[in-house]
Design a protein around this ligand. Sequence first.
Ligand code: ADP
Ligand code: ZN
Length: 747
Amino acid sequence: MAGADRKRSSRGTDAPELAPRLALGVPGTRVPVMLPYPFAGPFDYRVPPDFTVAPGEIVLVPLNRREEVGVVWDGPSDASVPDHKLKPLVARLDTPPMAEPMRRFIDWIAAYTLTPPGEVMAMALRVVRPASASSHAGWRAADPRPEIRITEARARVLAALEGGRALPTGPLAKQAGVGIATVRAMAEAGLLAPVVLPPTAPFAIPDPDHPGPALSPEQAEAAASLRAAVASRTFSVTLLEGVTGSGKTEVYLEAMAECLRQGRQVLVLLPEIALSSQWLERFESRFGVAPAVWHSDLSSRIRKITWAAAADGRAQVVVGARSALFLPFPDLGLVIVDEEHETSFKQEEGVVYNARDMAVVRARFCGAPALLVSATPSLESVANVDAGRYRHLTLHSRHGGASLPDVAAIDLRMHPPERGHFLAPPLVAAVREAIGRGEQAMLFLNRRGYAPLTLCRACGHRMHCPNCTAWLVEHRARRLLQCHHCGHTIPIPEACPQCGAVHSLIPVGPGVERITEEAAEKFPDARVLVMASDTMPGPHAATEAARAISAREIDLIIGTQIVAKGWHFPHLTLVGVVDADLGLAGGDLRAAERTVQLLHQVGGRAGRAEAPGRVLLQTFSPEHPVMQALIAGDLAAFMAREAAMRRPGHWPPYGRLAALIVSAGDMEVADRLARDLGQAAPRGNGLEVLGPAPAPLSILRGRHRRRLLLKTRRDVAVQPILRDWLARVKVPHGARVDVDVDPVSFL
Ligand code: ADP
Ligand code: ZN
């Protein structure tokens, strides 16, 4: 995360819309260049005599004796550096320029999140930075060398590079009509200088008129409305809400088809793209080819290829994780956020932003519709619909007459599991029955590993992380204890580190590993598959899992929250939630909302085909409104209740929040800085500052953390208040303040 000293400065981002725009940089003039670093704004450079540049062009510039890739920006120049001190641009890269909407998007995010714009731009430029990718090197014309003879062939090579263009060896030789040896010889003679270029490769073209399924009347109506929104080529936001299995995906594929017919690009954000094999198959059967995919597990080579294809429009559809928002689409015509309620769209590290909200912003700058999709929309989106800011489309029934699953609670006080076990007798019986009928069952527990706590029976010592305020989680299969916050791992000790008692450490509570052990005992003949991020790390494992389940090679699925994500398993009829109360424990603003969403999504995996589904919630408080909402299947009523609770206190979405997270290696430094911030806290009408208080994770990775929370009415902009506030406090060495606008996590 960025330090406060950097975050605070935001020259050039205060009013990005009003700044006078640079039109064209001609030789000798100065142009601002944004560099992918947390500087306060762009730096000025001089345009050299041999080329001109326009805003958005990707250039190579000198910086601290290195050459760096930057983007010609617009807005005011920095007059503090006199003309004669300016360094010249080195070259223009033969890379598609960063379009105007993208530059405005970057400025906007920087201003909204209080992040230096270069740091935001780095996300958009990361893959073009010259690093070790020497295999993709290209050439530009070096400074003239009058002493070297220029043959006619060499002159053709130089002509191909005129205007600061750069090309790789092969294409350069081809364009100049010379052999590769000529290019090499020129490089050796110093007539050409190396540059790094992004590579290119072919992308398949989706066919919008490839036949899709016949839509139901309700689906057809929603699809028509979305097609019209796309065809209008204007910004709008639509919330597409529909129960799980109602065909929302089918409907928005139609909107995508319309966008392809318009010749514009489509961006789809999915919360867990590495696990989205089924989505990719659906896309392929609808459009005949695979889409371009973007996520962090891709090799840097594939990322470079995809980046370039998004930039020149060859990648017509990109489906990706939140970072796909920063791909250089020249003509985006539709932005879709599926499972829009997912909190994983919030990026908590580096630039702290919510990809769902920024997708809407990106769409606005592109003049394109945004589409938010969910069976369990966030209260934010529901409130935007209520306020008339978003359009609303609803699919009321499951496709093909499938009914919604029947949800019931198992009261753990009345039906306790056996000692040392976690599955209540009624759940065990239900799983046996389902498997006995040849159907599939799923057990859901949102906790990785074997046990969340290891305790010494002799002295009561709890095994905790030395770097964090957290217990170590036992991972029995790997024979270790691990901190899920910082990754610290130790082998499971033989003896208690506190009292030395041998074999006295016992696991407390379940994780999926422990449930798997219990399942092996209770259902010895069942073929079990565990789906957790550490047992199913990549797209291949997910694809294989989906295949095995669909092929009925699996009877029982045991999984963490990744099983909640959009899967369609027709033979799955029973979902058992091992600990329905788990998410309510933290008690943050959205704990109840999130629990309802997650459990409803998990339950929604059951009974998606002919056989009816059943969901059993193990809970200690069946009377809790969350359980009641799930049992009644009335999420709208639940959301209305949530709204009524949040509205009076101006809690989001009826007010705004921004968190300041103070951290320092030294506890006293953290406390002092938190106190200083508390004393400098803004005052005024419609705003309130809560804290400072120790963060629930009061130590993380060895740093002491304190939190302050700014709460304002909805009509108050928090950014100027925050900027002012931070400017009034000096952040000592070794400490920092991270800003989190619209916080999702309160840890
Ligand atoms: P959702 O996204 O709302 O959960 P999906 O779009 O995944 O729903 O649809 C659920 C299942 O029903 C999928 O297998 C999908 O292919 C199928 N389906 C939905 N609508 C239709 C339709 N009109 N014709 C054929 N199959 C459909
Ligand atoms: Zn830790």
